[in-house]
Design a protein around this ligand. Structure first.
Ligand SMILES: Nc1nc2c(c(=O)[nH]1)N[C@H]1C(S)=C(S)[C@@H](COP(=O)(O)OP(=O)(O)OC[C@H]3O[C@@H](n4cnc5c(N)ncnc54)[C@H](O)[C@@H]3O)O[C@H]1N2
Ligand code: MOO
Length: 407
């Protein structure tokens, strides 16, 4: 059976992504949020010419012949400017960040002076503008500092604050609900027996979603019966979430109920089964009623769920917040550190380790176990080695592509 290419599935998913409404948040809560409006400076910074060093504000021409002894007439400290002008033959004691007094055109650092009471002797000639930060040298009132679609990083927050902007317009956080399915599933620490399986994939999937800016709510585990699955899915769709992520029950077995349950809720699956390993049973649809929840059905196998969340959920959440998202998986160049076999029709994301570097490129080698239920190698992997559909066999040293595992 021909499976949908990963690129097409991603294009359908991102094509259905609608931008979230904007909200205003105080700067202290804005880290990691995506701007919905530009940040425009509300002040010029520095607000005046200021000293960059501790020393003396002088007229440079007074120091043309050294040593030059000047009369101290006052002090300019940060927040307490000196009121009067610096006349010829005088100097003002000044500290880092303090406003340059009128008349002065240079700073002499204190290491280059000798102080004697009310006089200061300058031992190094000053040049005009030396150690002075000009007014507006950083930015000026009315300048656009950050554009919409920009994710606020720690350093941006300092810039926004310095621009006298106390709150920012950002995209609302996507609200994501997680629904696990499977009679065999129990919570970690709840005394799982041999025939049971511990719910693991939701922890990695929620961490990825939170890392992409979402608020995540775990709606629990549904048993493998149609009625309960229908009820659970309906309740989740009524919850007003932006995205519903289901895990498990995505494949073709008798107990794989997610696709029929979604269909019964009127959701048309725009994606169902893709040319991806791990992650073939991935499905995606959008509920037409209410909040228009996007539904992403992830396979139960925890490696498959994680890879699908990286490839699909993370870009979807970013796009909803207004971030620019590549139309294709964001692959990076690398070199093979081992021979690899020819690939079949599914794009293959193999857990791999970085074993060295060749020039700028990492050299990567697939880990020996690629089973999509095995978590130790996923945790151990440095990257995913990507093998395109129908790629021929390749040798150590050949170019290849990788997908970073953490954002
Ligand atoms: N005849 C076929 N069988 C299967 C196919 C196929 O095409 N034809 N596809 C296989 C592929 S590929 C995958 S991947 C799996 C995924 O199937 P499901 O999404 O239906 O997942 P389940 O059957 O519910 O579970 C699979 C496996 O994962 C465990 N699981 C489920 N949920 C969780 C969870 N929240 N945390 C940890 N582990 C979980 C579950 O116990 C199973 O062991 O189907 C293949 N079969
Ligand atoms: O594609 Mo499944 O995800 O092989 O394990």
């Amino acid at each position: 059976m021909a499976l949908m290419p990963v690129e097409e599935a991603l294009a359908r998913l991102l094509g259905a992504a609608e931008p979230l409404a904007a909200e205003t948040v105080p700067l202290a809560e804005a880290a990691g949020r995506v701007l919905a409006a530009p940040v425009v400076a509300r002040r010029t910074t520095p607000g005046a010419d200021v000293s960059a060093m501790d020393g003396y504000a002088v007229r440079a021409q007074d120091t043309a012949t050294i040593p030059a002894t000047l009369r101290l007439i006052g002090e300019s400290a940060a927040g307490r400017p000196f009121p009067g002008p610096v006349e010829p033959g005088t100097a003002v004691r000044i500290f880092t960040g303090a406003v340059l007094p009128t008349g002065a055109d240079a700073i002499v650092i204190q290491e280059d002076t000798t102080r004697a009471g009310e006089n200061v002797t300058v031992n190094e000639a000053a040049t005009i503008g030396r150690h002075i930060r000009k007014a507006g040298g950083d930015f000026a009132t009315g300048e656009t500092l950050l554009a919409p679609g920009h994710k606020l990083r720690a350093r941006d927050l300092a810039l926004v604050a310095a621009a006298d902007v106390a709150e920012v317009r950002v995209a609302r956080r996507p609200r994501v609900a997680l629904l696990s399915t499977g009679d065999e599933l129990v919570r970690p620490g709840a005394g799982a027996q041999a025939h049971q399986v511990i719910v693991s994939n939701i922890y990695s999937v929620s961490a990825l979603a939170r890392g992409a800016g979402a608020e995540v709510i775990d709606l629990g585990i549904l048993p493998d019966n149609m009625e309960a699955t229908q009820r659970g899915v309906r309740a989740a769709l009524d919850g007003g979430f932006d995205v519903l992520v289901t895990t498990g029950g995505a494949s073709v077995g008798d107990h794989d109920l997610i696709a029929p349950a979604l269909t019964a809720q009127g959701i048309e699956l725009a994606v169902h089964k893709i040319a991806l390993r791990p992650g073939k049973p991935l499905m995606f649809g959008r509920s037409s009623g209410g909040a228009g929840t996007q539904v992403l059905g992830l396979p139960g196998n925890p490696v498959s769920a994680h890879v699908c969340a990286l490839l699909f959920l993370v870009p979807l959440l970013k796009a909803m917040q207004g971030l620019a998202v590549p139309a294709q998986p964001d692959l990076r160049p690398a070199r093979l550190g081992a021979d690899v076999k020819a690939n079949e029709q599914r794009m293959d994301f193999q857990r791999a380790e970085i074993i060295g570097r060749e020039g700028d490129l990492p050299v990567v080698r697939p880990l020996p176990v690629q089973d999509s239920s095995m978590l130790r190698n996923l945790a151990r992997a440095d990257v995913l080695l990507v093998r395109p559909p129908h790629a021929p066999a390749a040798s150590a040293g050949d170019p290849c592509e990788i997908l970073p595992l953490e954002d």
